[in-house]
Design a protein around this ligand. Structure first.
Ligand SMILES: Cc1cc2nc3c(=O)[nH]c(=O)nc-3n(C[C@H](O)[C@H](O)[C@H](O)COP(=O)(O)OP(=O)(O)OC[C@H]3O[C@@H](n4cnc5c(N)ncnc54)[C@H](O)[C@@H]3O)c2cc1C
Length: 261
């Protein structure tokens, strides 16, 4: 049976290789490099447009369990992540370029996968002219034409997507004399940079963060924020102590008397 997959992102590539490995013929459609979404910039497949961390590998966390389950069914994403991992303590973080290259090569080299480049704009026409099962894996930034076509196909119900881009801090911009490497609760390698702040420095930090230049939302972005994944400056704006009880909670750091809190 023919399987059509639209979108060679993380989901599309995972599905394509899984099915192709089981002798299905897969037609994989991808609009890059002819057309890029506002966040994608590289021609390879399964491009990570934000965080390079796939989060914890600890089996006592939901993230870790999910990854272990994926590994048990021979997940391409996990295989690629393990082959492109960078030090990140208890987390599985990857080198984005090596990760993408790995997946791109696996997909391109697969005898059961036919790659078809170009944007799919009309889902009804696509389904009429392509037999077999179709998986739509065009992700949160599905091209406008296909989004509109999907809205019509599904009775005009709106499609929503909330997310935030992880900030990238360049090493050259840091004064490493004022920072120290340590892992939380001594788990894994000391891969995280930490900074000691007293009360005044913390308040100054929050103040500067709120005053700092912000990323201007792109046309496709809404200013609403998703409570489960808020930009750090939005957290800071909720109150001067909010960060101290949230993402900057000073816990798990070794001190002379054991771990803080
Ligand atoms: C700005 C931003 C930040 C994000 N941050 C995170 C994060 O930190 N952590 C996290 O887990 N997730 C994050 N995400 C979500 C992230 O996109 C998904 O985790 C992951 O990429 C989803 O995989 P996917 O395969 O569904 O989509 P994608 O990886 O986006 O792949 C979709 C593919 O479909 C192609 N495509 C789109 N439209 C068409 C079309 N009409 N015809 C043909 N091809 C098409 C695209 O070019 C792309 O290659 C973020 C997303 C964005 C946009």
């Amino acid at each position: 049976m023919n399987i059509n997959i639209i979108g060679a992102g993380l989901a599309g590539c995972e599905a394509a290789v899984f099915l192709a490995d089981r002798d299905y013929t897969v037609n994989l459609y991808e609009m890059k490099p002819t057309k890029y979404s506002p966040a994608h910039t590289k021609p390879g497949f399964a491009e990570l447009v934000c965080s390079n961390s796939l989060k914890s590998i600890s089996l006592s966390s939901g993230h870790g369990l999910l990854k272990r389950e994926m590994e048990l069914f021979a997940s391409l994403t996990i295989e690629a992540a393990k082959n492109s991992s960078v030090p990140a303590g208890q987390a599985l973080a990857v080198d984005r370029d090596i990760f993408t290259d790995y997946i791109t090569n696996r997909v391109r080299g697969h005898k059961n996968i036919n790659l078809i480049y170009g944007e799919i704009t009309d889902i009804e026409k696509f389904l009429e002219s392509n037999s077999g099962i179709t998986i739509i894996a065009t992700g949160p930034l599905t091209s406008d034409a296909l989004s509109d076509s999907l809205k019509n196909y599904f009775d005009n119900r709106d499609l929503f997507f909330f997310d935030a881009a992880a900030p990238i801090v360049s090493t050259e911009s840091l004064d490493l004399n004022k920072l120290f490497y340590q892992s939380r609760y001594g788990k894994g390698e000391a891969d995280y940079l930490n900074s000691c702040m007293d009360r005044d420095l913390y308040y100054r930090f929050v103040d500067e963060l709120i005053k700092a230049d912000k990323v201007t939302p792109r046309d496709f972005e809404d200013k609403k924020v998703f409570e489960g994944c808020m930009p750090v400056e939005s957290v800071a704006q909720r109150g001067v102590e909010t960060l101290a009880f949230g993402p900057m909670k000073p816990v798990g750091i070794a001190s002379r008397n054991g771990y803080l809190a």
